[in-house]
Design a protein around this ligand. Structure first.
Ligand code: HEM
Length: 353
């Protein structure tokens, strides 16, 4: 009898170990395969543009499926991150890889931006495959982790991070999203709104202040993420850390391409023509440009999701009911998905008037 019980315990431990290893390995494997979902998206949207009538149906479905597939590293990583951490989990120490895999669309574009910055014409998918293959091996080997105590200053840093986020939203972000949504009413509307907004944010005082605030967010965000990455049991807190890493990776790409590559290196006007890659043939004209579609969708949703999770914590601090605050956060995230889809549709040519 004791023998049977012992064997059951061993079998349960082996099963738990295998599922923990699978949970650690799956996100980097999906991140490794990500370029192929973007490539399928590009090929199928090209087929849509080259077909007409009923013949469009199949490529249209293929475009939707490949775009959905490009979201799998993000979705699966999140599901793996919210799994309960077992006491003897040998893979807790590789959770950072799962967080990186969550931000796959942002890192994939960041890589392209760095190739552009160094004026390299090479196919960056080889480097991508190499990096993620190494991360798959690291995740498969695993690393245990001792839960450390939070440093005493973590609370103050969170408050500063929140105040800076609120300033960015008020001073820039609402207007920036509004600018992109204006394109739904015509390209000229986007240009006019941007010209008006530039009077506000493109000057010697406001622009450095906005950039400094974003840099502070990245630095403080990395510090907070490294402290809270092992926090478990709260789906919103996990989402807050994961979307924070997503926004950080996005900003790395976005600020580098706009401030360094476009404006400093090539002296380009970072207007509508730049945003929609008109100079290089359009946003769906090649596989490199097409990666911007899942990238911008991810960035807008991650940014709004991150803000919603932050607002939730603030309101809980003011004594709001948990159920009400959770509903509000989910509502804001759904609205964020609509805003992201609307901006992307506008960039791809949808017009409401
Ligand atoms: C679909 C989404 C987005 C698109 C197409 C987009 C595009 C652009 C473009 C074209 C500019 C240059 C603006 C100009 O020259 O006047 C810009 C600037 C910028 N964007 Fe975005 N953006 C998007 C989302 C975001 C998000 C989510 C953030 C922040 C989390 C962000 C942060 C910034 C910052 C900080 C600047 C620099 C502003 C400056 O000139 O000082 N963007 N973006």
């Amino acid at each position: 009898m004791t023998d049977i019980n012992e064997r059951r315990v061993v079998a349960a431990e082996t099963g738990a170990l295998s599922s923990a290893r699978l949970a650690a390995v799956l996100p980097p494997v999906l991140a490794l395969l990500y370029p192929w979902s973007v490539w399928c998206f590009y090929i199928s949207t090209t087929a849509v543009r080259e077909s007409s009538g009923r013949a469009m149906a199949l490529p249209l479905i293929a475009s939707a499926v490949s775009l959905a597939l490009s979201a799998t590293p993000t979705i699966v990583s999140y599901l793996m991150l919210v799994r309960p951490i077992e006491r003897n989990d040998r893979f807790v120490g590789t959770r950072w890889i799962t967080y990186l895999a969550f931000a796959t669309p942002a890192f994939y574009t960041a890589e392209r931006v760095f190739f552009a910055m160094f004026r390299s014409p090479a196919d960056d998918r080889y480097l991508w495959t190499l990096i993620w293959a190494v991360l798959v091996v690291v995740a498969a080997i695993g690393r245990p982790h001792r839960l450390a105590r939070q440093p005493s200053w973590a609370g103050q840093l969170r408050v500063m991070h929140g105040v800076a986020a609120a300033s960015i939203v008020v001073a820039f972000l609402i207007a920036h999203f509004g600018n992109h949504l204006a394109a739904l009413f015509g390209t000229q509307a986007h240009v006019d709104v941007q010209d008006a907004l530039r009077l506000w944010y493109r000057n010697y005082v406001i622009e450095p202040a906005i950039v400094a605030l974003f840099l502070f967010q990245v630095a403080s965000g990395v510090t907070l993420a490294s402290i809270y990455q092992y926090a478990q049991g709260d789906r919103f807190r996990t989402l807050q850390v994961a979307t924070g890493i997503g926004v950080m990776a996005f900003l790395l790409a976005h600020m580098t391409v706009i401030l360094i590559v476009a404006r400093a290196q090539y002296d380009l006007n970072t207007n509508w023509l730049f945003a929609t890659s008109v100079r290089t043939g359009g946003i769906l004209s090649n596989a490199n440009n097409a990666r911007q579609v899942p990238y911008y969708l991810f960035a807008t949703m991650a940014t709004i999701g991150h803000l919603a999770c932050g607002l939730r914590i603030v309101l809980l601090g003011y004594g709001w009911r948990v159920a009400a605050v959770n509903r509000l956060a989910i509502g804001i995230m759904c609205a964020g998905a609509v805003v992201a889809a609307a901006i992307m549709a506008a960039m791809m040519g949808l017009r409401l008037s």
